[in-house]
Design a protein around this ligand. Structure first.
Ligand code: ATP
Ligand code: MG
Length: 555
């Protein structure tokens, strides 16, 4: 399958059809976030889809803030959304729009719907509206205000705008069909009274358009051809089309196409839940690296390319599903694997004294930064001294049968170096192992060499390593499909801070923003130069998570 074929999906089929039939002569899409939270990986799917389609068809994609609800919106969100879209690698050029820019036009269109008999002002209270609406199996009932003359409705609508009525006292609704099998068509609300200042229009408006009405008209104003949205809007499409038709909007009108939203296992994507996690301090902020927000992923160390790759691979479908986190992890690894140096770091150090080396004895090994293709990234020196650190995890006093690394009397190979045999474990009063005494040999000892190849473990020189803090991030939730019960479902081990970690000496010159693979541990980003330098774990190595969830240690 060629790349082009792979990128084919049902949305592109629609677009191809529309271009062929000359319904449109070009492609115009938009990404329409509501500025009421930070963008997350689900939004990234929509960004990649909308901007990606525009790019591939030589069209354009607008960034439009759907800021029709003054109460929940904020400029902080507007700014974060813009920087996230740019970071993902997309550009709206000079086409930055706000639904609030269209408030005058939306108001004018609403008056037009009233004058032409397609909308009326209704005085039912919210409870009454619910009663009149009917159910999925029963039709609704006409509002007693449905037959108001256009003149009367127009007068009331203008007085709503002037602030004569309180919130909930009156609203403007479409006059469609209270018996429609589609509840969205039972005279839905178009405008409501809301006495709140808006982050862009200030206190100019006391009435605000409803999302469904504002969205289709905004799309039409911008000349959008394909209005791509998530599946829950499928039942709203008749309303989308209805409004533009009743407004006599000139053809070609935008076409709404729905696709399945992204649900990612071990993550929660509801903005309400994300806000709760932030506001109630379950996490340190919108960019806490455990969140599925783009700000968090950027901070953790993901590249925009890995997110685009992930979105491309999961594709678009017409049916809701959950995507395994492993897909995202794999995209991250596939992106970083060919690009970053392999180095050694010990996050939970256990000191080993090499008994058969004298004080001050030193050796230097040369190790390639990229073992699969050494010339591509070159080599660095690894100093070895009489005292080294290994990972505490690589030693067991009483090794279980399936543990093949270091234990008393056993031999292991130091990555890029020689062999150490553990002679003795030093313990403190409580029995905790505080260090090892070992002998070194450049070759495996014959006794063990033949029977079983010693395990290879990573290490650093004690004297010539750099103290560092390493933050080990993990899934925020324990359950793959969290319901949102934060106290029951959060993973208490989602962040483990190792502040006695040690890095090999070559990392002394690393710059914030640089990424590395710490051999056997995962991919890491240097977030702050320090001292001590602070590294974030971006992702574990393959199967790291699966092994840990079975109670085993990462390979
Ligand atoms: P809400 O409307 O509840 O505030 P939302 O997640 O729909 O939340 P929007 O700001 O309206 O947030 O979303 C902007 C765009 O991103 C919309 O077109 C929406 O369809 C799309 N989008 C949001 N969440 C996802 C998701 N999980 N997968 C794919 N697209 C999404
Ligand atoms: Mg939405």
């Amino acid at each position: 399958m060629s790349k082009d074929e792979k990128l084919k999906n049902f949305i592109r089929n629609f677009v191809d059809e529309d271009l062929e039939n000359k319904r449109y002569s070009f492609v115009m899409t938009r990404f329409p976030p509501e500025p009421n939270g930070y963008l997350h990986i689900g939004h990234a799917k929509s960004v990649c889809l909308n901007f990606g389609m525009a790019r591939d068809y030589g069209g354009r994609c607008n960034l439009r803030f759907d800021d029709t609800n003054p109460v929940k919106e904020d400029v902080e969100y507007v700014e974060s959304i813009m920087s996230d879209v740019r970071w993902l690698g997309f550009d709206w050029e000079d086409r930055l729009y706000y639904a609030s820019d269209y408030f005058d036009k939306l108001y004018e269109c609403a008056e037009r719907l009233i004058r032409t008999g397609h909308a009326y002002v209704c005085d039912l209270s919210p409870e009454e509206v619910r009663e009149y609406r009917g159910t999925l199996t029963e039709p609704g009932r006409d509002s007693p205000y449905r037959d108001r003359t256009p003149e009367e409705s127009l007068d009331l609508f203008r007085r709503m705008r002037a602030g004569e009525f309180g919130e909930g006292e009156k609203f403007l609704r479409a006059k469609i069909d209270m018996a429609s099998p589609n509840v969205n068509m039972r005279d839905p609300a178009l405008y409501r009274i809301k006495k709140a200042a808006h982050h862009r229009t200030g206190d100019k408006w006391l009435i605000y358009p409803m999302y469904d009405y504002a969205h289709c008209v905004s799309d039409a104003i911008e000349g959008v051809t394909h209005s791509i949205c998530t599946l829950e809007f499928e039942d709203h499409r008749p309303l989308y089309d209805w409004a533009l038709e009743k407004l006599d909007w000139p053809e070609p009108r935008p076409r709404q196409i729905e696709f399945a939203r992204l649900n990612l296992e071990y993550a929660l994507m509801s903005k309400r839940k994300l806000l709760q996690l932030v506001k109630e301090n379950y996490v340190s902020g919108w960019d806490d690296p455990r969140l599925p927000t783009l700000a968090a992923m950027r901070r953790r160390g993901l590249t925009p390319a890995s997110i685009r790759l992930f979105c491309e691979r999961i594709g678009v479908a017409k049916k809701d599903s959950w995507i395994e986190m492993e897909w995202l992890d794999k995209a991250i690894r596939d992106d970083l694997n060919p690009a970053v140096k392999r180095v050694m770091a010990v996050v939970d150090p256990l000191k080993v004294v090499i008994e058969n080396w004298e004080e001050g004895h030193e050796a230097t090994y040369q190790a390639p930064y990229f073992p699969d293709d050494p010339p591509s990234m070159g080599y660095r020196d690894l100093p070895m001294t009489r005292e080294i650190y290994i990972e505490r995890d690589d030693f067991r006093l009483d090794p279980p049968p399936d543990f093949f690394r270091l234990a008393p009397g056993r031999e292991a190979r130091l990555r890029w170096g020689g062999f150490i045999r553990c002679r003795e474990a030093v313990t403190d009063a409580s029995g905790e192992v505080t260090g090892l005494r070992a002998t070194f040999s450049p070759e495996p000892s014959p006794a063990e060499g033949g029977a079983r190849r010693p395990a290879i473990i990573h290490w650093v020189s004690a004297a010539k390593s750099i103290p560092a803090t390493v933050r080990l991030y993990d899934r925020l939730f324990l359950t793959p499909r969290p319901t949102g019960d934060l106290d029951g479902e959060l993973n208490p081990q989602s962040l483990i801070v190792r502040d006695t970690a040690r890095l090999e000496a070559s990392l002394a010159g690393a710059k914030p923003g640089e990424r590395f693979q710490f051999e056997r541990l995962g991919y890491f980003l240097l977030e702050a130069a320090g001292p001590p330098p602070v590294f974030n774990r971006i992702v574990t190595l393959k199967d790291g998570w699966a092994r840990r969830s079975k109670g085993k240690k990462p390979a």
